[in-house]
Write a protein that binds this ligand. Structure first.
Ligand code: RB5
Length: 149
């Protein structure tokens, strides 16, 4: 798979480990930075990853900051992006099955790297539910997004 990844300074070290983990599984990584522990602004990376996903250049996106929250708020400003904060195995699975999340965000100050890698695996192994109630709800998100233009 082609996976877009980005982080701010708080997520930098996790990004490096996640990218290595995915490369070992022979996935293709699009790394949008940041490239050091120097303080940066999370929206700058969120928008790059979110655009790669919305333009179909990546199959899905991963964003890491301190909490995962700022990254998800920023990524969700990009049309067609459904970014979800993932902090448990349950949210990893439901973000994919119920919400059809195409970007997942993690908090380096919330979960250990081992937890994050296992949540990532759970998300990747789950499928977008084809249950009509979930599809209808996801379609409503798109409809409300279009109404706000
Ligand atoms: C940076 O200190 C921190 O605010 C940021 O990584 C993130 O947690 C924002 O949501």
């Amino acid at each position: 798979m082609k996976i877009a990844i980005g982080a701010d300074h708080a997520g930098f070290e996790y990004k490096q480990k996640i990218a290595k983990y995915l490369i070992n599984q022979e996935h293709e990584i699009m790394d949008f930075g940041t490239d050091s522990l120097d303080a940066t602004d999370y929206p700058d990376y969120a928008v790059l990853v979110a655009k790669a996903v919305s333009m179909g250049k990546a199959d899905f996106g991963i964003l890491i900051c301190g909490t995962g929250i700022g990254m998800s708020i920023a990524a969700n400003k990009v049309k067609g992006v459904r970014a979800a904060v993932v902090s448990t195995r349950f949210t990893a699975e439901s973000s994919k099955t119920h919400n059809h999340a195409n970007v997942i965000t993690f908090g380096s100050r919330v979960n250990s790297i081992e937890e994050v890698l296992s949540f990532l695996q759970t998300y990747m192994q789950a499928s977008y539910s084809e249950d009509t109630r979930h599809i209808a709800r996801v379609e409503k998100i798109g409809k409300y997004e279009n109404e706000n233009e």
